[in-house]
Every structure is written in C-alpha cells, then in structure tokens.
Design a protein around this ligand. Structure first.
Ligand SMILES: [Zn+2]
Length: 437
C-alpha cells in the first residue's frame, strides 16, 4: 500500500509552521528580486517600497500587484525573458511559452532548481488525484502549456507516454497497446474523446482509463460534466490546476473531490483579493475573489503578487484527507478564455489575428457561442468578422482568415464575413464573446 500523501511534511503542515516557512521564504525571495531583478527594482522604487523594511507576510499587501501586461511589456523591451529575469541567462535550463492575449507568446524560463520545484508540486497534485507508480499517462497537451513539467511529474510517480497533440489514433493506441491508465486533459476533452472512440466502434469503458486529470477550465467541477464523463469511461475525473506563469501544477483534488487543495507549500504563496478594490481577503469557506500568487522560491522569473485573473471560490479549509492547504474551485476568468479541444484561445488573440487582414477587415469581431461550454467550444467556433466598407466579402478572404487562425492559434473557426457596422460596439471593454443560448 502506498501512502495517501506524496509529501506529508509540506501538504499537512500546521498553520503556524506554514506561516513561519512562508514568512521566511517570502523575505528571502523579496531580497533576491530587489538585488537581481531590474523590473522589480524599478517597480518597488516607483512605489516607494524599501524591501528591507518590510516584515514579511504581514506587509505583503503593501507591495503592488504584478500584471501579465507588465510582463509582456518587459519582454518586448528586453526579449526573450524581459527585465524581470533574476538569474544569469546561462542558468536558464528550460523555456516555456504561453499564449499571450496579443497572439505573441510570452516566455518563461526555469533554472534547474525551478524545474525541480515545479516537478515537486505537480507530483503532489497528480498523487492526490490518485496517480500511483503503476499508472501510465499519455501526454496530450497543447503546445502552449507546460507539458514537460507534467511529464517530469508523471515520470516521478509512474510512466509517461508522449503522443503529441491532435493525434487521436495514437492516443487510443496508447491505451490499447501501451497500457495507458490515465489521461491529462481539459474538462471538455473527454466528451470529444468518447465521440472519437464511438466513431471507431470502441466502447470508452473498455479502454482501461482509470483517472482523468482535468485542468484548465471550470468544467470539471460542474457536477453534470463530471457525472457524464465518469460514467462514460467508468473512471474518476479529478480536477487539477496551475498556470504557466506562477507554477505548472499547484492545485489538486484529493479523493474526497471537494475542490482543489493548495499544494504549493514552500514554493508559492497564494492570496485571494477583491478584484475591484485589490484588498487581500481572509481565506474562509465560501469566499470568492481573484487568485493572486507570489513565488517564494523561484530563481529565473520570480513573480511578486501576480494577478492570475482566475476567479475562485474557497470550497473548504479542512479536509478528512489530512491536507491543510485550503480548497478552491475556479469559477471563471476575467478575459473570457475559450478552451477549444484543449487549447487555450483568448478572444483578444483571435481579434488580433483578424485585425492583421486590415484594410480588408476593420478588427471588429464577435465569437458566438450557441451552446454552453464545454459543448459550445466544440470547433468550428462561429466567428463573425466585419469587412471594411467597399470590400467584397469573398470566399477567399474567409478561407484565408480561417487558415491564419488555425495556423497561429490552433483555433478552428467558421468565419462569416459581415458588412461594416453590423456588430455591436462597446465603449469600455470589447465584449468579444456573445452567448446565443
Ligand atoms: Zn482532501
């Protein structure tokens, strides 16, 4: 019998030990960035913050937030890592890209130590999700996410089987011929996968799939989605989550399936804030707010009070499993992220690709969802695109836009060209996705 918990001293840490560990590590991290990161030297300087005067966790809320947009700007100024890099470029051992909202990827570097810590937190998560040494997991993740860290964790616990993206037959073979037992994917993917299996006359129940690690979208915690998937495959669907910026995999459900425990003890410090006032809120069951993460042990790209734009609800602060990390479920994202066949698609990135066809297009688009996600995200997604006055809405233009979207965002859309002035205009923030259900 295996232990139920991957790293008991971290995951079951007492409240007081957690506080003193994070208090010390935060101070060390702040000192490190103020000595080594030009980005934070400037940021702290502008805010009039003297790091040596801060008393650790109790003063964390005095430090300004780090926004994704600032990181992007910083990378444009000093590519590829930006002025927020805090280690020697030769110490960067791995570079990930994440899809940016502008369609240009942002790059995240990791040192050898960073790689090890990401592997550790991901191992805690997948172990809590139920993975054990005899499990084999095919890797079918999008090119934008941190696949290598997942592979590290799978190999730390059991076995990984790389199969690539959009290779359904190879994925099915991994189950039929290589003894795969688990699958990491977005919550909407299993329904699509079941359809592909049925088209090939394969009963999903015969696949030997034991656990689905479902991350990347709120769907997994919707009881109806979970029930449907678990029944179809006769497996357990477990939620997990993380982010390419602050940590590949940091949140995971235990066997009680009651929201994802925080599992980044000693590596990441989480806060939940009121997204409007920016005030840091006391963690308690039922609390809703935006997740903010601070790295407390990162060498290459430390992030202080990074706004994740994930809106979460605290599900619990105590659990029968013995883990002390509070639980959350993700209730949404501020920027209306779409997840199409496991690939994150930001509507603003779609708009930017379309805008590249100017002067034929004017940059006004609307993504129309005719069913609730995850079903509504099934490609091709309906995309209305305005053409400029006097431009013929030709079939050629439509196909060119569809091709460009598929090539640059791995996003399959059914484009409909409409005359200028057809779509609604918004004064404040463009509402690029409209629900038609
Ligand atoms: Zn638990």
């Amino acid at each position: 019998m295996y232990s139920k918990i991957w790293n008991r001293s971290a995951e079951c840490i007492s409240e007081s030990a957690f506080f003193s560990l994070h208090n010390q590590k935060l101070q060390d991290q702040l000192k490190y960035v103020s000595e080594r990161s030009v980005f934070y030297q400037k940021k702290f300087g502008r805010a009039g913050i003297e790091i040596e005067k801060l008393k650790g966790l109790e003063d964390l809320s005095l430090i300004p937030f780090t926004e994704k947009e600032e990181l992007r700007e910083s990378q444009l100024q000093a590519p590829p890592f930006g002025t927020h890099i805090a280690c020697e470029p030769t110490d960067v051992k791995r570079i990930y890209s994440t899809s940016g909202t502008t369609g240009r990827p942002t790059y995240i570097g990791l040192t050898r130590r960073d790689v090890g810590l990401w592997k550790e937190t991901a191992s805690r998560v997948f172990w809590a999700n139920g993975m054990r040494p005899d499990d084999r997991v095919p890797l079918v993740v999008s090119p934008f996410v941190v696949a290598a860290s997942y592979a590290d964790a799978f190999e730390n616990i059991g076995t990984s089987i790389p199969v690539g993206v959009n290779v359904t037959d190879r994925l099915i073979d991994a189950f039929r011929f290589a003894g795969a037992t688990a699958l990491l994917c977005t919550a909407s993917y299993p329904l699509h996968f079941a359809k592909a299996l049925k088209e090939r006359d394969i009963d999903p129940k015969t696949l030997g799939l034991r656990i689905i690690f479902a991350g990347g979208e709120p769907g997994a915690s919707i009881p109806e989605v979970r029930r449907q998937v678990q029944e179809l495959f006769n497996c357990r669907l477990m939620e997990c989550s993380g982010n390419g910026d602050y940590g590949a995999m940091v949140w995971g459900e235990c066997e009680h399936q009651n929201g994802m425990h925080f599992m980044g003890q000693g590596v990441i410090h989480p806060e939940i804030i009121d997204p409007d006032s920016g005030e840091s809120l006391a963690i308690a069951p039922g609390l809703r707010g935006e997740l903010v993460c601070t790295t407390i042990d990162r060498e290459c790209i430390p992030l202080i009070r990074f706004r994740t734009r994930d809106h979460v609800e605290v599900t619990h602060t105590e659990c029968e499993c013995g883990r002390t990390g509070f639980g959350i479920r993700i209730i949404g994202r501020t920027d209306d992220l779409l997840i199409v066949r496991g690939v994150n698609v930001y509507p603003s990135a779609v708009r930017d690709v379309v805008a590249g066809f100017a002067p034929q297009t004017n940059g006004i688009i609307e993504i129309q969802l005719h069913k609730a996600p995850p079903e509504g995200w099934e490609p091709p997604v309906c995309l209305k695109v305005e053409v400029n006055d006097g431009v013929e809405p030709s079939k050629e233009l439509k196909l060119n836009i569809e091709d460009r979207l598929r090539y640059s965002l791995i996003f399959r859309a059914e484009v409909e060209l409409v005359p200028e002035g057809t779509l609604p205009r918004y004064e404040y923030k463009a509402n690029l996705v409209r629900k038609h259900y």
